[in-house]
Design a protein around this ligand. Sequence first.
Ligand SMILES: [Zn+2]
Ligand SMILES: [Zn+2]
Ligand SMILES: [Zn+2]
Ligand SMILES: [Zn+2]
Ligand SMILES: [Zn+2]
Ligand SMILES: [Zn+2]
Ligand SMILES: [Zn+2]
Ligand SMILES: [Zn+2]
Length: 241
Amino acid sequence: MVHCTAHEGVCADGGGEHPACSACLEACGSCGRIICNRHAEQSKADAPKGSRRLCAACLRYCEGGTNEPVGVDEVAQCASCGRSVCTAHQAVCAVDEQVQCSRHLRRADGSGRLVCEQHREACVAEPEAVFAADEVSSCPVCGKTACARHQAACGYCGRQVCTADLVQQTGRCATCGRLETAEPPEDVVAALLATAPSGKRSWRMARDRTHVVLELNLGWRRRTVFTLPHGASEPDGVVTH
Ligand SMILES: [Zn+2]
Ligand SMILES: [Zn+2]
Ligand SMILES: [Zn+2]
Ligand SMILES: [Zn+2]
Ligand SMILES: [Zn+2]
Ligand SMILES: [Zn+2]
Ligand SMILES: [Zn+2]
Ligand SMILES: [Zn+2]
């Protein structure tokens, strides 16, 4: 571009400073450096901070929208794909609150919360529905995730299990329904009982995905049910009936 030397100024962009006509020079709306028209781009009025003049160092393209020019101070990186997305075209995952571009977010069916791919879960009873990771929990019997509507507490061991593993007639989970007479190893007994009970006692046991369920029978129809997580030295549940 030809310019008159009477109005000569300096543009900060274009591979080092270069002379330019002062009529073409104006500050970048983001960093404030003086740049010429040729090295500036104007963002649109619907950009988060409105229409601004942007220098090459401050210019980004929003990859979550229409690839529109935006300032570096208007974008964040999508936690899933690393692309720049402007504040108008980004949203946060409801579980970890990280910025995501629209491509990676979906609404959970029940709650309507936005969740990223990593924090999307299903319920074993309704595989089509989308849930946020914190809206489901894994069933200790089958290990599959179930939503709050499709889990219930076992009336015997007290654990939350999926409705498929809860036997309707007894109100007990499938594991409690198949307890078998067995003598647990001594170290397990020691872990469960601070003091060995005197008199007659018998045990019934069953194991599932996450626990060994042990029922201690001390006679007089008194039963204590322990749930001992695999690899743990202490039970995470004790229920006396
Ligand atoms: Zn700038
Ligand atoms: Zn320039
Ligand atoms: Zn993304
Ligand atoms: Zn955008
Ligand atoms: Zn997430
Ligand atoms: Zn289950
Ligand atoms: Zn469900
Ligand atoms: Zn149970």
